[in-house]
Design a protein around this ligand. Structure first.
Ligand code: SF4
Length: 164
């Protein structure tokens, strides 16, 4: 039996509300493809039940408990809070696409979906600080074995950091 078949309905309901509220707060929507949205919401709820936190269900983790301690993939994850990019496709534009305009052109999100503009640029991205973004980009190029000069990472981080 899969972990998502025994979810406490109260947790599921809580995660559904969270998704609706967070999408609204950010000027996005919960993916209009209900099936896709429900699969992610169930995955988040299963992690709340198992780990006490809504760990993103769209990644593989060698050790989920250790991952929870790092906090970077607790929904809304760091990518969402920096780039407004939800690779699970839970938070999307009304067309069902993830926002990608803050991702650098060599990021997989940009490569898959092209440039998708943020319909509400004044909302969310609470972690879009220069230092946080630069740290993320450095880690990303390292993990993906990309040969991108550091000046380019700095330029991109400066470009998309939220101005105070
Ligand atoms: S990608 Fe981020 S925002 Fe989207 S469901 Fe996963 S944790 Fe949440």
């Amino acid at each position: 039996m899969s972990a998502t078949e025994n979810i406490d309905p109260k947790i599921l309901e809580k995660m559904e509300k969270f998704a609706e509220n967070y999408a609204k707060k950010c000027g996005l929507v919960v993916n209009p493809n209900r099936e896709a949205a429900e699969a992610v919401i169930k995955g988040l709820a299963a992690h709340v039940q198992e780990l006490g936190k809504p760990l993103c269900p769209c990644n593989f983790y060698p050790d989920k408990k250790e991952e929870v301690k790092l906090r970077r993939w607790i929904c809304p994850c760091d990518e969402m809070q920096m780039f407004k990019y939800c690779h699970c496709l839970l938070f999307t534009t009304p067309e069902g696409l993830p926002v990608t305009e803050y991702l650098p052109p060599w990021h997989e999100g940009r490569q898959i979906y092209g440039e998708v503009k943020d319909p509400a640029p004044d909302k969310c991205r609470a972690l879009a600080r220069f230092d946080k973004i630069l740290e993320y980009l450095k880690e990303y190029v390292k993990e993906h074995g990309l040969d991108i000069p550091e000046e380019e990472l700095i330029k991109w981080a400066e470009k998309i950091a939220k101005k105070k």
